[in-house]
Design a protein around this ligand. Structure first.
Ligand SMILES: [Zn+2]
Length: 253
Protein backbone atom coordinates (compact mmCIF):
# COMPACT_ATOMS: atom_id res chain seq x y z
CA UNK A 1 0.00 0.00 0.00
CA UNK A 2 1.28 3.43 -0.84
CA UNK A 3 -0.10 6.75 0.30
CA UNK A 4 1.30 9.63 -1.64
CA UNK A 5 1.56 12.90 0.20
CA UNK A 6 -0.95 14.46 -2.15
CA UNK A 7 -3.62 11.89 -1.43
CA UNK A 8 -6.45 13.00 0.85
CA UNK A 9 -7.09 10.66 3.77
CA UNK A 10 -10.84 11.19 3.58
CA UNK A 11 -13.31 13.49 1.85
CA UNK A 12 -12.72 17.22 2.37
CA UNK A 13 -15.27 19.21 4.34
CA UNK A 14 -17.56 21.06 1.94
CA UNK A 15 -18.26 24.03 4.20
CA UNK A 16 -16.82 25.26 7.51
CA UNK A 17 -19.25 25.98 10.36
CA UNK A 18 -20.23 29.68 10.44
CA UNK A 19 -18.30 30.18 13.71
CA UNK A 20 -15.00 28.89 12.28
CA UNK A 21 -12.47 30.89 10.23
CA UNK A 22 -9.30 29.50 8.68
CA UNK A 23 -6.43 31.97 8.32
CA UNK A 24 -3.74 30.39 6.14
CA UNK A 25 -0.16 31.47 6.95
CA UNK A 26 2.22 32.28 4.06
CA UNK A 27 4.70 29.52 4.92
CA UNK A 28 4.08 26.77 2.35
CA UNK A 29 6.64 23.97 2.04
CA UNK A 30 7.12 20.22 1.85
CA UNK A 31 6.46 19.84 5.60
CA UNK A 32 3.77 22.53 5.95
CA UNK A 33 1.77 21.74 2.76
CA UNK A 34 -0.06 24.99 1.78
CA UNK A 35 1.12 26.65 5.01
CA UNK A 36 0.08 26.53 8.65
CA UNK A 37 -3.64 26.78 9.36
CA UNK A 38 -4.52 29.22 12.13
CA UNK A 39 -8.05 28.50 13.29
CA UNK A 40 -10.28 31.18 14.82
CA UNK A 41 -13.37 29.89 16.65
CA UNK A 42 -16.02 32.44 17.60
CA UNK A 43 -18.61 32.17 20.37
CA UNK A 44 -22.25 33.16 19.76
CA UNK A 45 -21.43 36.40 21.62
CA UNK A 46 -18.50 37.17 19.28
CA UNK A 47 -15.58 36.28 21.57
CA UNK A 48 -12.90 34.18 19.94
CA UNK A 49 -10.33 31.48 20.59
CA UNK A 50 -7.27 31.16 18.33
CA UNK A 51 -5.80 27.70 17.80
CA UNK A 52 -2.13 27.81 16.61
CA UNK A 53 -1.02 31.40 15.91
CA UNK A 54 1.39 30.14 13.23
CA UNK A 55 4.67 31.76 12.15
CA UNK A 56 5.87 35.23 13.13
CA UNK A 57 4.50 37.04 10.08
CA UNK A 58 3.01 40.48 10.66
CA UNK A 59 0.46 40.27 7.84
CA UNK A 60 -0.73 36.84 8.93
CA UNK A 61 -1.00 37.77 12.62
CA UNK A 62 -2.85 40.98 11.69
CA UNK A 63 -5.44 38.93 9.79
CA UNK A 64 -5.79 36.58 12.78
CA UNK A 65 -6.23 39.46 15.23
CA UNK A 66 -8.94 40.97 13.00
CA UNK A 67 -10.93 37.71 12.78
CA UNK A 68 -12.70 38.18 16.13
CA UNK A 69 -12.45 39.54 19.67
CA UNK A 70 -9.58 37.27 20.67
CA UNK A 71 -9.81 36.14 24.31
CA UNK A 72 -7.74 32.95 24.34
CA UNK A 73 -4.85 31.54 22.36
CA UNK A 74 -3.97 27.85 22.44
CA UNK A 75 -1.39 25.72 20.62
CA UNK A 76 -1.63 22.07 19.57
CA UNK A 77 2.12 21.36 20.04
CA UNK A 78 5.41 23.21 20.37
CA UNK A 79 6.66 23.13 16.76
CA UNK A 80 7.73 26.53 15.48
CA UNK A 81 5.39 26.70 12.50
CA UNK A 82 2.47 26.67 14.98
CA UNK A 83 3.83 28.74 17.88
CA UNK A 84 6.36 31.28 16.63
CA UNK A 85 3.79 34.10 16.35
CA UNK A 86 2.31 33.59 19.83
CA UNK A 87 3.97 36.50 21.68
CA UNK A 88 3.32 38.96 18.85
CA UNK A 89 -0.32 37.88 18.59
CA UNK A 90 -0.77 38.55 22.32
CA UNK A 91 0.64 42.07 21.75
CA UNK A 92 -1.88 42.61 18.94
CA UNK A 93 -4.77 41.31 21.10
CA UNK A 94 -4.72 43.07 24.47
CA UNK A 95 -6.86 41.10 26.92
CA UNK A 96 -6.05 37.74 25.35
CA UNK A 97 -4.42 35.04 27.44
CA UNK A 98 -2.79 31.69 26.72
CA UNK A 99 -4.40 28.36 27.61
CA UNK A 100 -1.93 25.49 27.91
CA UNK A 101 -3.92 22.27 27.69
CA UNK A 102 -0.80 20.08 27.69
CA UNK A 103 -0.15 21.04 31.30
CA UNK A 104 -3.68 21.89 32.47
CA UNK A 105 -6.18 19.26 31.44
CA UNK A 106 -9.83 19.66 30.94
CA UNK A 107 -11.89 22.14 29.09
CA UNK A 108 -12.46 25.79 28.48
CA UNK A 109 -15.71 27.65 27.96
CA UNK A 110 -15.91 31.09 26.36
CA UNK A 111 -19.42 32.50 26.18
CA UNK A 112 -21.13 29.46 24.61
CA UNK A 113 -18.04 28.14 22.82
CA UNK A 114 -16.62 25.01 24.45
CA UNK A 115 -13.15 23.58 23.92
CA UNK A 116 -11.99 20.24 25.35
CA UNK A 117 -8.39 19.01 25.22
CA UNK A 118 -7.41 15.39 24.60
CA UNK A 119 -3.76 14.37 24.99
CA UNK A 120 -2.74 12.80 21.64
CA UNK A 121 1.06 12.29 21.84
CA UNK A 122 2.93 10.72 18.93
CA UNK A 123 3.80 13.41 16.37
CA UNK A 124 5.40 15.11 19.38
CA UNK A 125 5.20 14.23 23.07
CA UNK A 126 3.15 17.35 23.79
CA UNK A 127 0.58 17.09 20.96
CA UNK A 128 -3.02 17.71 21.97
CA UNK A 129 -6.24 17.49 20.01
CA UNK A 130 -9.00 19.98 20.77
CA UNK A 131 -12.70 19.28 20.41
CA UNK A 132 -14.58 22.54 19.86
CA UNK A 133 -18.32 22.97 20.01
CA UNK A 134 -21.04 25.58 19.71
CA UNK A 135 -24.51 24.21 20.43
CA UNK A 136 -24.65 20.69 18.93
CA UNK A 137 -22.09 21.47 16.25
CA UNK A 138 -18.61 20.03 16.86
CA UNK A 139 -15.18 20.20 15.22
CA UNK A 140 -11.89 18.44 15.99
CA UNK A 141 -8.64 20.43 15.82
CA UNK A 142 -5.87 17.90 15.26
CA UNK A 143 -2.70 19.99 14.84
CA UNK A 144 -0.19 17.75 13.05
CA UNK A 145 -1.63 14.50 14.45
CA UNK A 146 -3.96 14.29 11.42
CA UNK A 147 -3.28 16.51 8.39
CA UNK A 148 -5.66 17.54 5.63
CA UNK A 149 -3.52 15.75 3.01
CA UNK A 150 -1.02 12.95 3.21
CA UNK A 151 0.31 11.61 6.49
CA UNK A 152 2.37 13.12 9.27
CA UNK A 153 5.81 12.54 10.72
CA UNK A 154 6.43 10.79 14.01
CA UNK A 155 9.25 13.11 15.06
CA UNK A 156 11.51 10.59 16.83
CA UNK A 157 12.78 10.75 19.55
CA UNK A 158 10.29 13.37 20.83
CA UNK A 159 7.53 11.58 18.93
CA UNK A 160 6.75 7.94 19.65
CA UNK A 161 5.02 5.45 17.36
CA UNK A 162 3.32 3.46 20.14
CA UNK A 163 1.87 6.69 21.52
CA UNK A 164 0.86 7.77 18.03
CA UNK A 165 -1.03 4.54 17.27
CA UNK A 166 -2.85 4.91 20.61
CA UNK A 167 -3.77 8.52 19.79
CA UNK A 168 -5.12 7.53 16.37
CA UNK A 169 -7.27 4.82 17.98
CA UNK A 170 -8.65 7.47 20.34
CA UNK A 171 -9.42 9.85 17.46
CA UNK A 172 -11.08 7.04 15.51
CA UNK A 173 -13.65 6.83 18.31
CA UNK A 174 -14.72 10.45 17.75
CA UNK A 175 -16.55 9.35 14.61
CA UNK A 176 -17.84 11.55 11.79
CA UNK A 177 -16.86 14.95 13.18
CA UNK A 178 -15.18 17.53 10.89
CA UNK A 179 -11.38 17.79 11.21
CA UNK A 180 -9.63 21.17 11.24
CA UNK A 181 -5.97 20.14 10.73
CA UNK A 182 -2.75 22.09 11.27
CA UNK A 183 -2.01 21.91 7.53
CA UNK A 184 -4.12 21.19 4.45
CA UNK A 185 -7.86 21.33 3.90
CA UNK A 186 -10.51 20.58 6.51
CA UNK A 187 -11.82 17.01 6.38
CA UNK A 188 -15.37 15.73 6.80
CA UNK A 189 -14.85 12.74 9.10
CA UNK A 190 -12.34 12.40 11.96
CA UNK A 191 -13.07 8.69 12.49
CA UNK A 192 -12.47 7.85 8.82
CA UNK A 193 -9.29 9.95 8.65
CA UNK A 194 -7.90 8.30 11.82
CA UNK A 195 -8.72 4.85 10.42
CA UNK A 196 -6.88 5.73 7.18
CA UNK A 197 -3.85 6.93 9.16
CA UNK A 198 -3.84 3.75 11.25
CA UNK A 199 -3.94 1.54 8.15
CA UNK A 200 -1.15 3.58 6.55
CA UNK A 201 1.05 3.45 9.67
CA UNK A 202 0.61 -0.29 10.15
CA UNK A 203 1.31 -0.93 6.45
CA UNK A 204 4.49 1.17 6.67
CA UNK A 205 5.49 -0.74 9.80
CA UNK A 206 5.20 -4.04 7.91
CA UNK A 207 7.31 -2.56 5.09
CA UNK A 208 9.98 -1.36 7.54
CA UNK A 209 10.11 -4.78 9.21
CA UNK A 210 10.39 -6.46 5.78
CA UNK A 211 13.15 -4.05 4.65
CA UNK A 212 15.12 -4.80 7.78
CA UNK A 213 14.64 -8.55 7.36
CA UNK A 214 15.91 -8.14 3.77
CA UNK A 215 19.16 -6.62 5.02
CA UNK A 216 18.64 -2.84 5.34
CA UNK A 217 20.52 -1.85 8.48
CA UNK A 218 20.55 1.94 8.81
CA UNK A 219 17.43 4.17 8.94
CA UNK A 220 18.57 5.74 5.67
CA UNK A 221 18.72 2.36 3.92
CA UNK A 222 15.23 1.57 5.16
CA UNK A 223 13.95 4.93 3.85
CA UNK A 224 15.42 4.26 0.39
CA UNK A 225 13.44 1.01 0.18
CA UNK A 226 10.18 1.90 1.94
CA UNK A 227 9.80 5.52 0.82
CA UNK A 228 10.98 4.99 -2.77
CA UNK A 229 7.58 6.33 -3.93
CA UNK A 230 7.91 9.58 -1.96
CA UNK A 231 9.64 12.81 -3.04
CA UNK A 232 13.30 12.55 -1.84
CA UNK A 233 12.89 16.06 -0.41
CA UNK A 234 10.76 14.40 2.27
CA UNK A 235 13.28 11.65 3.05
CA UNK A 236 14.86 13.44 6.04
CA UNK A 237 11.37 13.64 7.59
CA UNK A 238 10.67 10.04 6.60
CA UNK A 239 13.91 9.06 8.34
CA UNK A 240 12.52 10.43 11.62
CA UNK A 241 9.44 8.26 11.17
CA UNK A 242 11.63 5.25 10.30
CA UNK A 243 13.68 5.77 13.47
CA UNK A 244 10.40 5.84 15.41
CA UNK A 245 9.28 2.64 13.69
CA UNK A 246 12.59 0.84 14.30
CA UNK A 247 12.43 1.84 17.99
CA UNK A 248 8.87 0.50 18.15
CA UNK A 249 9.84 -2.80 16.47
CA UNK A 250 12.86 -3.17 18.80
CA UNK A 251 10.63 -2.74 21.85
CA UNK A 252 8.27 -5.45 20.58
CA UNK A 253 11.07 -8.02 20.08
ZN1 LIG B 1 3.13 21.84 11.58
Amino acid sequence: MTAHVTQPSTDPLSRLPAWVTRVLAPNPGPMTLDGTNTWVLRSPGGEAIVVDPGPLDEGHLGRVAAAGVIRTVVTTHHHFDHTEGLERLLELCPGASVWRPSTEDGSLGVDGLELRAIATPGHTADSVTLVGGVGDERVVLTGDTILGRGTTVVAHPDGDLGDYLGSLRLLELLGPVPVLPGHGPALGDCGAAAAFYLRHRLARLDQVAAARDAGATTPREVVEVVYADVDPELWPAAELSVRAQLAYLDRKR
